[in-house]
Design a binder for this molecule. Structure first.
Ligand code: GLU
Length: 500
């Protein structure tokens, strides 16, 4: 870890309004990397003031997702910290206090316009083909009058008093300076009539009080970025550094993915939701590697990164502002790489639940032998039961005669080949691959058949599958007794078919 950089305080500030997807995971990852890289802090803040969009369980899914990805936070709602509380709903009074300060300093005002009036205004503006915006009616109210109406209990909101003249320039680390004309911006609501602050005010106050140095967030916040900077400036606070990340595009590269399209992906074994990726058998290491590169690069060729590599190499300077297409083929590739990077006991541990989910009773000693022989072939952990479930079955379903019959041979001829293998295998003291392989290979030569023909029969007989992990290693794991048993019953199946 390099501490030559100023320690950054970086927050991930999700709203519990839906499922955790790749976009939020990437933001959290960059937050985490910057914090770890600089020896700073990674802070989790839950932005839950929008009660209409609140989704029960979303916060738990977020936290689980972060933990699964290995993005552990130093401060947050569950672990606490010196700048808490870390849930915005619990900070309601803080925002009210700061909103009042803005009113006092002339940067905000109370607005008593009713929802009905605002709706009428909106319709009129629509007719005139104007962007809908507040017309500033309550801006002109004398402060004493406004205070009296508030004291009398009149329903109101608090709005930002956007300057009517001039322009505002803000700086984004990725995109440089951005200048907007103030007259094109609205008098945004800071506090709603229920007394809850909106994001615009709440996050500015929190970022200041929590001493946040870098705000990394999605580019959907670019349009209101000048407003946020103006709020910081109205308080006389130093602004954190802002980084607005690019959006993710559909795999085709054309446009953003819709909700419906996201849901449809699962049919192909993919998903943009973090929790689903775990269920589908992807490794968190692969997710991290993949999303790290969707908006950042180290150089133009290095692809494989562990979390430690990323912490060492990450830098805001190498972020890329152009949108990245979600490429699942690449994801599969990374998953394979990271599966092969695992130590066997670790791989075995991660495979166990996938076998168990398919109803296999997993013997740990056997699993440790199976893991290395399938490690090369797995794209996801979920592939394992399909390829190697038979190792955990005492009795396999007898393969059909046509699956046992070698290409170019009749069932009867195949039975004869199987019998010869049986004789050879029975005479071996044990079924180790080293012992068995040369014996069977010389049989292949002796019979003048191809290895594919001969071993195809054996593979189907012993594993019950046309495709399996390496045959001789598989036989070693299954053991002599079962190999012989299964070969015998295969011979019977072939003989019956030959008679028919
Ligand atoms: N709660 C905001 C969101 O989920 C956070 C944006 C930010 O990081 O400031 O989009």
């Amino acid at each position: 870890m390099s501490h030559s950089l100023k320690p950054a305080r970086v927050r991930f500030a999700p709203s519990p309004t839906g499922r955790m997807h790749l976009g939020s995971a990437r933001t959290a990852l960059y937050d985490y990397l910057l914090a770890r890289k600089t020896g700073g802090q990674f802070i989790l803040r839950i932005e839950d003031t929008d009660r209409r969009r609140f989704v029960p369980g979303a916060e738990e899914e977020l936290m689980q997702g972060l933990r699964w990805l290995g993005l552990n936070w130093d401060e947050g709602p569950d672990v606490g910290g010196p700048y808490g509380p870390y849930r915005q709903l619990e900070r309601k009074e803080i925002y009210q206090e700061y909103a009042l300060q803005l009113i006092e300093s002339g940067h905000a005002y109370t607005c008593f316009c009713t929802p009905e009036r605002l709706e009428k205004l909106r319709q009129e503006q629509q007719k005139r083909k104007e962007n809908s915006h507040y017309d500033g009616t309550c801006r002109a109210l004398a402060p004493q009058e406004a205070a009296a109406r508030v004291a009398a209990g009149e329903r109101h909101v608090i709005r930002f008093k956007m300057p009517r003249q001039g322009s505002t320039t803000v700086h984004d680390r990725l995109r440089g300076d951005i200048t907007v004309e103030n007259r094109n911006m609205d008098d945004y609501i800071l506090v709603k009539s229920d007394g809850l602050a909106l994001y615009h005010l709440a996050h500015v106050v929190d970022d200041h009080l929590m001493k946040i140095t870098h705000v990394i967030r999605g580019s959907e916040w670019l349009p209101t970025f000048p407003l946020h900077a103006l709020i910081h400036r109205a308080f006389g606070w130093e602004e954190p550094e802002f980084v607005h990340l690019s959006v993710f595009l559909k795999p085709s590269g054309k446009g953003k993915m819709s909700k419906r399209e996201s849901a449809d992906l699962i049919k192909d074994g993919y998903s943009i939701y973090v929790k689903d990726l775990e269920t589908l058998g992807y490794l968190p290491e692969a997710v991290v590697n993949w999303i790290a590169l969707m908006g950042w690069s180290y150089d133009d060729h290095t692809e494989f990164f562990t979390m430690d590599d990323l912490i060492e190499k990450f830098s805001l300077d190498r972020l890329n502002p152009s949108p990245a297409a979600i490429n699942f083929a690449k994801f599969d590739h990374f998953n394979g790489l990271h599966i092969r990077n695992l130590e066997i006991p670790d791989l075995a541990n991660r495979l166990r639940p996938f076998f168990e989910a398919r109803g296999y009773l997993v013997d740990d000693a056997r699993l440790l032998k199976v893991a290395p022989i399938i490690q090369e072939r797995l794209v996801t952990l979920e592939d394992a039961p399909e390829i190697a479930g038979f190792f955990f079955q005492d009795v396999i379903q007898s393969p059909a005669a046509e699956d046992l019959t070698a290409k170019g041979l009749t069932p009867k001829e195949s039975a004869e080949v199987a019998r010869q293998m049986l004789v050879l295998l029975e005479s071996q003291p044990e079924m180790t691959a080293n012992l068995v392989e040369p014996v069977l290979r010389s049989l292949v030569e002796q019979l003048g058949l191809s290895p594919g023909q001969v071993f195809g029969i054996l593979r189907a007989a012993v594993t019950g599958q046309k495709i399996s992990p390496p045959l001789f290693e598989s036989m070693e794991i299954i053991g002599k007794q079962k190999v012989i048993e299964r070969l015998r019953s295969a011979i019977q199946v072939l003989e019956r078919a030959g008679d028919g």
